[in-house]
Ligand binder design. Structure first.
Ligand SMILES: NC(=O)c1ccc[n+]([C@@H]2O[C@H](COP(=O)([O-])OP(=O)(O)OC[C@H]3O[C@@H](n4cnc5c(N)ncnc54)[C@H](OP(=O)(O)O)[C@@H]3O)[C@@H](O)[C@H]2O)c1
Length: 305
């Protein structure tokens, strides 16, 4: 098998990161990033992406250097899906500058959001995202927290027909919005939904994830670490030895593998501003995933903490 330059860099970088995390050489060398198909198209995406709601760069060189190294590491380890939003302050602008500087737009699947009520307001917001991100086409546009969704989706499907967007979706991170999400999933031919799902907030598995399977809708998972709060729960707890049974060597991988092992999930988008977190989290996209008995064991351990 011949690898192109990018694949070679990704393979060697992944191997280095995995070895750094204590996983064996043979496992790392033989390991490929797990991908899932978008049901609407069959296009494959790696199961670990990146969320950028803390990508604040107000101009200090140190801030932007840290984000550059985070983005470069994500790219070198084969990451593709980047989730941002105009509501995330400087996130879209910082991404636009760094992607153009690194010259790697084609490597990424760029997802952003629209969060305005009213047709003209939504169009202006989406135009601004294209400008800030420095691209003529976005891979995924999502209605942020489903605000004015029926109206915004009409414009978004029109933009998709015109080739300005590749996929259309809706987002929430609140359980009390799940009923509305389910209504929209049944009312529109959505390509994607984005929803909160984690060991701390498993409610999406009740109706939202099964509906996504039925409706052939791709699923991005936000807040896989409960905004980072799940790490507090495990701060003084050792990773159980049985986690090695699904090639897991850190708590972050334990939480991510739980999420992406659900059959409805296309990609988890953990928020990351540090390259060391990218290295840790991308390793969750390699090796074995927990089966249903192991996922139950993961839930039971978490419930006992
Ligand atoms: N309604 C919506 O549409 C909506 C709502 C919420 C979130 N989102 C999207 O979902 C993404 C993820 O959600 P989130 O960022 O709120 O929460 P999250 O992914 O559950 O947690 C992010 C936190 O975990 C930390 N972290 C990441 N990897 C780690 C590791 N390996 N070890 C230790 N700590 C680690 C991050 O630290 P560092 O920053 O220091 O790396 C950050 O503080 C967002 O960035 C955003 O793109 C969408």
């Amino acid at each position: 098998m011949k690898l192109n330059r990018r694949e070679l860099i990704a393979a060697s970088a992944s191997t280095g990161a995995l070895m750094g995390l204590g996983l064996g050489t043979s496992f790392a060398a033989n390991s490929k990033l797990i991908t899932r198909a978008i049901p609407a198209s069959g296009e494959n995406l790696p199961v670990i992406g990146i969320g950028t709601n803390r990508w604040v760069a107000d101009g200090s060189a140190a801030e932007i250097d840290g984000l550059r190294s985070t983005l470069r590491t994500f790219n070198e380890l084969g990451g593709r899906v980047i989730d941002t939003a105009p509501a995330y302050r400087t996130s879209e602008k910082a991404l636009g500058v760094l992607i153009s500087e690194l010259g790697i737009r084609d490597a990424f699947f760029l997802a952003t959001k629209v969060d305005r009520a009213g047709t003209e307001e939504g169009i202006a917001r989406m135009r601004d995202s294209l400008t800030k991100l420095g691209t003529e086409q976005l891979d995924l546009m999502q209605v942020h927290n489903m605000r004015d969704a029926d109206n915004q989706l009409e414009t978004m499907f029109d933009w998709k027909d015109k080739g300005l967007l590749r996929y259309v979706g809706i987002t929430t991170s609140r359980v009390d919005q799940f009923a509305e999400m389910e209504r929209l999933m049944n009312a529109f031919p959505l390509d994607f939904i984005q929803v909160n799902y984690s060991l701390g907030e498993p409610q999406a598995a009740e109706r939202i994830l099964p509906t996504a399977i039925d409706r052939k809708t791709a699923v991005l998972v936000n807040r896989p670490f409960g905004r980072g709060r799940l790490f507090k729960k495990v701060a003084d707890v050792s990773l159980p030895a049985w986690a090695a049974g699904f090639d897991c060597s850190s708590w972050a991988q334990y939480m991510l593998k739980y999420v992406v092992a659900h059959p409805a999930v296309t990609c988890a988008i953990p928020g990351m501003t540090k390259a060391k977190h990218v290295e840790d989290n991308m390793s969750a996209g390699h090796g074995r995933l927990p089966d249903s008995a192991q996922r139950k064991q993961q839930e039971e351990l978490f419930a006992s903490l």
